[in-house]
Design a protein around this ligand. Structure first.
Ligand SMILES: NC(=O)c1ccc[n+]([C@@H]2O[C@H](COP(=O)([O-])OP(=O)(O)OC[C@H]3O[C@@H](n4cnc5c(N)ncnc54)[C@H](O)[C@@H]3O)[C@@H](O)[C@H]2O)c1
Ligand SMILES: O=C(O)C(=O)C[C@@H](O)[C@H](O)[C@H](O)COP(=O)(O)O
Ligand SMILES: [Zn+2]
Length: 353
């Protein structure tokens, strides 16, 4: 199945099973003669990276690989610098290709390297987590974290293709799979009541019959938003539902709490606050909590309002003394609210109760 993405460059998200077996042929079709620089983490390398390099070599495609320690703590300027030096020392040139093989951490940092190395070279996304497949590999947001907070340096750089093999979800730890469910529930709350209701029914797993259909639906929602606002000036900010507080939770925990879990807690907090401030048009928080709990996700955070507020005000959505906050009104409909930055404190306080 192919989903075309219409951004500053056009490309496809290819979704299927056992697609990793054919990567080297697809790279030949996409790029012709080139050298491939695979960027991946240690876990993904041992599961899939070694086979992929072998496949490339057997197909006479020159390839090099950079492997870093898995996890959010690697998504920083030091790893980025090592990747750039690795590319340069292997004389990767503007005709060559970076392959981002892994979850959102690999995709974000490898994509950022592709955006700035030689002022930009092509990259291919091969997401191997559910979260990366439905969200981070699509739409061209790339980033690293800074001391002050999440994703504070980055670039918009679209991949030349996204190849999503849903079979890779089968090796994911349950908790990591659930990180993706949080972002899928987010799409439901934002745009799609039917998709949302799916998460009330039963716990989604990598073996669920409808897994491919859910990936497709989520990617289609992302496609529509990216086509409308690629550079995050307006509607795309809706995709930040639960993230203002979520990113603060991640930062407060020194990234021990993973992105999807933090976003889940952030959605719980903002949904309760939205109801208490009479911004919600229906009783949403109970439903959102149910969907999250059914899928083993948190609905609240133990950090204090002050701790969360201090980190939340470092967000990219702060403009002058205001910030855009995403408020759920009903399941399937959310709205951007431009509020004074200090008002977030009240939202966090109300939502945490
Ligand atoms: N650019 C975007 O639009 C966007 C969107 C959402 C999230 N993100 C970013 O994505 C990151 C989170 O991504 P993530 O949840 O994929 O985390 P991750 O990349 O850290 O992967 C989670 C863990 O799963 C392991 N893993 C990956 N694939 C595996 C597989 N198939 N089998 C077994 N283990 C596997 C990894 O080694 C890692 O330990 C965050 O940094 C977040 O900010 C970016
Ligand atoms: O693609 C987007 O736009 C998103 O906001 C998707 C989010 O799930 C993702 O976590 C993104 O990286 C957050 O964006 P940021 O601009 O707040 O860094
Ligand atoms: Zn996210």
């Amino acid at each position: 199945m192919k989903i075309p993405i219409d951004a500053s460059t056009k490309y496809n998200v290819v979704i299927g099973r056992n697609l990793l077996n054919n990567i080297s042929n697809r790279i030949k079709e996409l790029k012709g003669d080139c050298t491939v620089a695979i960027i991946t983490d240690d876990i993904v390398n041992s599961l899939y990276g070694e086979e992929i390099s072998k496949g490339l070599s057997n197909n006479k495609i020159r390839n090099h690989k950079f492997v870093f320690n898995n996890g959010e703590k690697s998504k920083n300027i030091n790893t980025l610098s090592e990747i750039l030096e690795f590319l340069a020392s292997n004389t990767i040139n503007r005709q060559d290709l970076i392959v981002a093989l892994g979850g959102g951490v690999v995709g974000d940092i490898a994509g950022f390297a592709a955006a700035i190395y030689l002022r930009g070279i092509d990259y291919l996304q091969i997401p191997t987590t559910f979260l990366a497949a439905i969200d981070s590999s699509v739409g061209g947001k790339t980033a690293i974290d800074l001391e002050a907070g999440k994703n504070l340096a980055g670039a918009f750089k679209q991949p030349i293709e996204v190849i999503c093999d849903v079979e890779t979800f089968k090796t994911l730890d349950e908790k990591i799979f659930a990180d993706g469910i949080a972002e899928a529930i987010k799409y439901g709350v934002l745009f799609d009541e039917e998709l949302f209701n799916r998460f009330l029914k039963d716990k989604l797993t990598a073996n669920s019959e409808d897994i491919m259909d859910i990936v497709k639906k989520c990617v289609e929602h992302k496609r529509d938003i990216v086509a409308n606002d690629e550079f995050d000036r307006g509607k795309r900010q809706l995709l930040n539902l639960g993230h203002t507080v979520g990113h603060a939770i991640e930062r407060c925990s020194d990234y021990e709490i993973t992105h999807g879990h933090a976003v889940a807690a952030g959605m719980g907090i903002i949904a309760r606050a939205s109801e208490k401030k009479n911004l919600a048009k229906e009783r949403i928080s109970e439903k959102i909590e149910k969907a999250l709990i059914k899928n083993n996700l948190p609905i609240n955070s133990e950090y204090s309002t002050e701790e969360l507020y201090e980190k939340a005000i470092k967000d990219k959505k702060v403009l002058g003394s205001n910030i855009n906050l995403i408020i759920p009104e009903r399941i399937g409909k959310c709205k951007l609210y431009n509020i004074k930055t200090e008002e977030i404190k009240e939202f966090i306080e109300l939502g945490k109760e």
